[in-house]
Design a protein around this ligand. Structure first.
Ligand code: IFM
Length: 472
């Protein structure tokens, strides 16, 4: 889909009003793990459990953003960000996961929002980015239905404090990851390994989204979003031409459709259409049954939202199989193969396929035309090194540039894309990888907490100023 003029890529100008910004998440940047009455989350427990996170890293201190937020906001302003997408730590607000709020926890977000507004940076609040209060996990976690109701109460409490200044509210970040890596493969907190738990967690996360959306709407929230980790599912042969389709009737086409249902449509369809894909119901039925889906749940889940947040990093590759071993992230696919992609990769080992983003955005606007789209995360980890007070992260700049061109292709093809938020503002705690994987456009020296904008940050700042990318 990329249109080259001779060997040169043409300049791309985004629509006026296009939103530019950067994202972080509470446990990955805040630190201050026991400050001001904060309770424990499943990530505190998990990261303090030997063997769960690389080199025993934890989010206890992270980027110390809880104390350095004012400096970080100044840095955002210098870069020209229009939006800062951050998440609220549920155990900071409700240390036990329910009941009275902890005012000192909410005070932090109050200060952060005021600071952002002082610099005309629009705060985008995400209510859940994986840090479930440990107390709720002890009562069953996301596989327990009651957690969804507790989440709606928490959402209302945060809105009651910040709703006078925050207009854009995202209920959940990447519920597939929370459910299928947290309860399925166990590589994320809380580290359970049960397909049945994963399907139940996924459903209750969706229910939490629906109930919280109702509560936020009733309280007057003007813009509500759900952010999903979405990926075009494709065969390795499509990587070179992501716009191509597998041949109809091909065995791979069924593999692609099944994994697309598990990864993408399991969350898109209930939230935006009020129904689960048949493939998901069939697989969930064989993995614990469907008793957790109650009458009326899908109506509760299917709430109008203004925005669909898209976190895109790479496509998901699949063929008819079987592969070497079953992939626990995708129950019901032991007859399929998840091959590695060839070609360029990031430090996470993730293939770099910008055309996958264009394919995804065009498909989403075609299949779910009622909702606006926003890329709420896109970015890359590379092994950055500070040289003479500078980080020459050409790989990251190239990654971002390629994905922005792909996003622009999608807009030209009709996608209703309204903004782009880079992941991440800061190098931070990359979950099971600890601090070894750096996604920031700003380098963080974790020994001194010094911030140093990388070359990619300076480049992104120009992109924002010009509302687009230059010819290259
Ligand atoms: O760091 C994560 C983020 O928390 C959620 N989306 C993917 C990022 C990179 O792995």
């Amino acid at each position: 889909m990329t249109v080259a003029v001779g060997s040169q890529e043409r300049a791309r100008v985004f629509p006026s009003g296009f939103v530019w910004g950067a994202a972080t998440a509470a446990y990955q940047v805040e630190g201050a793990a026991t400050a001001d009455g904060r309770g424990r989350s499943i990530w505190d427990t998990f990261s303090h459990t030997p063997g769960k996170v690389a080199d025993g890293h934890t989010g206890d201190i992270a980027c110390d953003h809880y104390y350095r937020y004012a400096d970080d906001v100044r840095l955002m302003a210098e870069l020209g960000l229009g939006v800062y997408r951050f998440s609220v730590s549920w155990p900071r607000v409700q240390p036990g996961g329910s009941g009275p709020v902890n005012p000192r926890g909410l005070d932090f977000y109050d200060r952060l929002v005021d600071e952002l507004l002082e610099y005309q940076i629009n705060p985008y609040v995400t209510l859940y980015h994986w840090d479930l209060p440990q107390n709720l996990e002890d009562r069953g976690g996301w596989p327990a239905r009651d957690t969804a109701y507790k989440f709606a109460d928490y959402a209302a409490a945060v809105h009651a404090r910040l709703g006078d200044r925050v207009g854009t509210w995202t209920t959940l970040n990447e519920p597939w990851v929370a459910a299928f890596l947290g309860y399925g493969t166990g590589v994320h907190a809380p580290g359970r390994t049960s397909a049945a738990d994963a399907f139940q967690a996924g459903h209750h996360l969706l229910l939490a989204h629906g109930l919280a959306t109702q509560a936020l709407r009733a309280a007057g929230a003007p813009e509500i979003a759900l952010t999903l980790n979405l990926a075009p599912v494709m065969t390795p042969g499509q990587v070179a031409d992501p716009a191509a389709e597998p041949a109809p009737g091909d065995r791979d086409a069924e593999a692609v459709a099944r994994v697309d249902a598990l990864l993408n449509r399991q969350f898109l369809d209930p939230a935006l259409r009020g129904a689960y894909p048949d493939e998901v119901l069939a697989i969930a039925e064989r993995n614990g049954g469907l008793g957790h889906i109650h009458d009326g749940d899908l109506a509760a889940i299917h709430q109008p939202v203004e925005l669909l947040g898209i976190n895109y990093y790479n496509p998901c590759l699949v063929t008819a199989g079987p592969g070497d071993q079953p992939n626990a992230a995708f129950p019901g696919t032991s007859d399929l193969c998840f091959p590695e992609a060839g070609g360029a990769r990031t430090a996470m080992g993730w293939p770099i396929v910008p055309g996958g983003l264009a394919r995804l955005l065009v498909r989403l606007s075609r299949d779910y035309p009622e909702v606006g789209l926003m890329v709420t995360e896109n970015g890359a980890a590379f092994d950055d090194h500070v040289e003479s007070e500078r980080v020459r992260d050409t790989g990251r700049t190239d990654y971002l540039d390629g994905h922005l061109r792909a996003a622009h292709d999608a807009i030209e093809a009709g996608a209703d894309l309204r903004g782009y938020l880079v992941w991440s503002l800061l190098d931070n705690f990359e979950w099971a990888e600890g601090y070894h994987r750096r996604f920031g456009i700003v380098h963080v020296d974790f020994a001194t907490q010094r911030r140093l904008p990388k070359d990619s940050a300076l480049w992104f700042s120009d992109v924002i100023r010009q509302n687009g990318v230059q010819a290259r």
